[in-house]
Design a binder for this molecule. Structure first.
Ligand code: JFZ
Length: 418
């Protein structure tokens, strides 16, 4: 295999380092899982879970015709929620390309009656509206013969299939995604975990991406510590440092920008029987909880096969947006504070400011922030700017909260430090 793009130890470019800051400033993104699987309303793993043979599954393309898809609507839903970027599935494990590609006929433009490229529409609309676009891209492919799903791996390659051909295919498609679609700022890989022993040629793939556009943020949902060439570290269904899912057992938190993703109900792809909707409050706690742990929050929705987003999602997102708008300065542009998460909530930080996010009204008439090192000059309720009494001791700061207009979702106290 030619190794023209191999870089050895990756040194991020100036553009990339700037992009990392911008990425961290954005804090809140919309994850979108949408594909021909959406038609069956049983999640994006339906082909695998229901043992549908690839050749039968492929028929879903014959009648995938999302006439109601409107990029403007999606971007407005995201904006209204306070989201600053969108990460959308360009190709999931079923191998179906949701974009126009020269390198596989199994794509939305050539294989469906829709004949249009929704990702191009979305890219253009995002650019117009100042929303950043990232592409999810599956490494794992259940259908392609060169990938040979299920094959044994020997010497870093599947015994069956044609690994070199598959790696080349991915490079070709990634080149399309990065060069044809305006404003793409991130590639979100997934599926590494299906073939732990394979040589994925990340040096070449990541090198190619950074060569085509040095700013692009590369991330990979491999649930391991970051690998050379990656620009951010992601956590699936867990905040950094938590491990409820078991996915993050050996994912130590590295030095890269962090992102954590979670579903708005219980599913990634549209699931018609999933009513397990998270509340506005839960989502706000996830967003603030991520920010307090120095991470972005990427909240997933699975649009319906017609291209619409169900009202249960849009209603919650709009309500989340109302809180985010009011409390914007405690989220955007912040970093996690050196004061670690507290039983009552988290602390986000800017240069001369701490923001204490208090998730539930305490029984006591105060909130205590331990370990504040700088001298505090002022404390106010963020929502209306009214000053609050406080007392600073060596152990920390007491904020006196009698009479405070508590926010049922998350009450933010702004703390000025010197
Ligand atoms: C992966 C995908 O399989 C899933 O469909 C979705 O796209 C999500 C965001 O990412 O989820 C995973 C990843 C890893 C494991 C299971 C599900 N794993 O290691 O068992």
């Amino acid at each position: 295999v030619s190794n023209t793009f191999a870089q050895g130890k990756y040194t991020p470019s100036k553009e990339n380092l700037e992009q990392r800051q911008k990425f961290q400033d954005m804090k809140f993104g919309m994850f979108i899982h949408w594909g021909i699987y959406s038609e069956l309303g049983d999640g994006e793993w339906v082909m695998h879970n229901r043992n549908i043979p690839y050749n039968n599954y492929k028929r879903l393309a014959d009648f995938f015709n999302p006439q109601e898809f409107n990029a403007k609507e999606w971007v407005q839903i995201a904006k209204k929620a306070g989201m600053k970027y969108i990460t959308i599935t360009s190709r999931h494990h079923d191998g179906f390309s949701m974009f126009g590609t020269k390198f596989s006929k199994y794509n939305i433009v050539d294989a469906t009656p829709y004949h249009k490229d929704p990702l191009m529409e979305l890219a253009k609309e995002c650019e117009k509206e100042g929303i950043e676009l990232h592409f999810y891209y599956s490494l794992l492919d259940w259908g392609r013969s060169d990938y040979a799903f299920g094959s044994e791996i020997v010497d870093g390659k599947p015994v069956k299939g044609d690994w070199d051909s598959y790696i080349k295919f991915m490079k070709d498609q990634l080149t399309e995604l990065i060069t044809k679609y305006p404003g793409v700022k991130g590639i979100w890989f997934d599926g590494d975990w299906e073939r732990r022993k394979a040589n994925w040629h990340y040096d070449e793939i990541y090198g190619l991406i950074h060569k085509l556009n040095p700013a692009i943020m590369v991330g990979n949902n491999h649930h391991l510590a970051p690998k050379d060439g990656e620009d951010f570290q992601m956590f699936e269904k867990d905040l950094p440092g938590q491990n409820h899912t078991g996915f993050s057992a050996d994912a130590t938190i590295g030095k890269l920008p962090l992102e954590t993703c979670e579903t708005i109900n219980g599913s990634w792809g549209f699931d018609i029987k999933d009513n397990n909707y998270k509340t506005t409050k839960q989502i706000i706690h996830y967003l603030a909880g991520a920010a307090g742990r120095n991470a972005n929050f990427l909240l997933n929705i699975g649009p319906m096969p017609n291209g619409k987003v169900q009202s249960e999602f849009t209603d919650t997102l709009a309500a989340v947006g109302q809180w985010v708008n009011k409390n914007a300065e405690s989220i955007y542009g912040t970093r996690g504070s050196y004061v670690s998460p507290q039983p009552w909530g988290v602390i986000t930080a800017k240069a001369k400011t701490l923001y204490a996010h208090v998730f539930n009204q305490p029984d006591e008439a105060y909130v205590f922030i331990p370990g504040v090192k700088e001298k505090v000059s002022k404390v106010a309720l963020l929502s209306n700017g009214s000053s609050l009494k406080f007392k600073q001791q060596a152990e920390g700061v007491f904020i006196y909260t009698t009479g405070v207009a508590w926010d049922a979702n998350d009450t933010v106290f702004k703390v000025w430090v010197q």
